[in-house]
Design a protein around this ligand. Structure first.
Ligand SMILES: *[C@@H]1O[C@H](CO)[C@@H](O)[C@H](O)[C@H]1NC(C)=O
Ligand SMILES: *[C@@H]1O[C@H](CO)[C@@H](O)[C@H](O)[C@H]1NC(C)=O
Length: 314
């Protein structure tokens, strides 16, 4: 017997899986075999992809920039460096927010209420030291009420301040809310006009036109309170740009960190409050109403995003 005949006898070619046009039935096991492998691979790749998405989706903005960098002939290194810078910027911003540089020995926390989760929301801090303290005939502007009058009522009761409260979202007409508290159905914005929000028409006014309307142009405003749900950046920019913060002695503001890593921009704006208006940052309280949220640009880092910040003139 020739060598090749043994091979015929004990297997060899004829027993190996083969697939040909002449014998299509024999293809099925091969297809099955590869489909099985493909299924395993796709399960693994799919899971990895989902895990990546869960952590990295908000960073797609950065990946888009990566392409930009490559077009400019820059490498992956500069991409990583950019991420590094962004993270450093976040750390700088958080340091500014969480560590007030000015001191105030006699602080008064006003207003605020416990939410359903027993956490505090809406409390504002005032410094009562002689410099920035509240004047005899103090004037308070309070933007963003949401049917929560505790700050407005307590600052009037404790210090006799005249309070002007504003909120376009409550569907309430202008009225006197008790003694010394005047309510206006309007919101503070960066332009005068109307906007439509969830079917409601809101009357928006800039800070300067509100001051003019109420006859407080050139008057010192003892407290400017803002709880305006993310609109604080454009409004602050408008007020700073017009130099109006120079007539304000206390700024109490809830800040909401943005969903995008614009940390440097936010920090620059907050610093302008000190540099341009001469106010000093003396207090930050976490608004724990919202649980810590993922920080964009970081891998699974969770931090508080809402803070009650306060500045005073010293
Ligand atoms: C505001 O003050 C400036 C300078 O003190 C003065 O020139 C201006 O007339 C005042 N404006 C009003 C409306 O009182
Ligand atoms: C406030 O939030 C920051 C940022 O998440 C956190 O580092 C800090 O521990 C919090 N402070 C308090 C008193 O909860």
């Amino acid at each position: 017997m020739r060598k090749s005949d043994y091979r015929e006898m004990y297997g060899g070619k004829s027993h190996r899986l083969s697939c040909s046009v002449l014998n299509p039935g024999s293809c099925i096991p091969i297809v099955r075999k590869y489909l099985g492998v493909a299924a395993y691979v796709s399960i693994i790749v799919g899971t990895a992809f989902l895990v990546c998405c869960a952590f990295w989706l908000p960073d797609i903005r950065l990946w888009c920039k990566l392409e930009e960098l490559e077009q400019k002939g820059q490498s992956m290194d500069s991409f990583l460096l950019m991420r590094q810078e962004e993270r450093a910027a976040y750390d700088r911003l958080m340091r500014y927010i969480l560590h007030p540089q000015a001191h105030c020995l006699t602080m008064e926390v006003l207003g605020g209420k416990r939410g359903r989760n027993k956490k505090f929301d809406g409390d504002k801090t005032i410094c009562l030291e002689p410099g920035p303290g509240l004047s005899e005939d103090c004037i308070v502007y309070s933007f963003g009420i949401a049917n929560e009058w505790s700050f407005d009522e307590s600052i009037h009761e404790m210090f006799g301040c005249k309070v002007f409260s504003f909120d376009p979202s409550m569907g309430m007409e202008d009225h006197q809310h008790g003694d010394g508290i005047m309510f206006f159905n309007m919101g503070i914005g960066e332009f005068d006009g109307k906007i439509t929000v969830t079917g409601q028409t809101w009357n928006m006014r800039t800070f300067d036109s509100i001051l003019k309307q109420l006859g407080h142009w050139n008057r010192t405003i003892d407290v400017l309170k803002m709880d305006i749900e993310g609109a604080e950046y454009v409004v602050l920019e408008d007020i700073l740009g017009k130099g109006l913060l120079n007539h304000v002695n206390h700024l109490c503001m809830e800040i909401h960190l943005p969903d995008n890593p614009y940390w440097t921009r936010v920090l620059r704006l907050l610093r302008r409050i000190e540099e341009e208006a001469g106010l000093r940052h003396f207090s930050t309280r976490n608004n724990t109403q919202m649980p810590p949220m993922r920080v964009p640009g970081f891998y699974a880092r969770y931090e508080q995003h809402f803070f009650e910040m306060a500045w005073y003139r010293h």
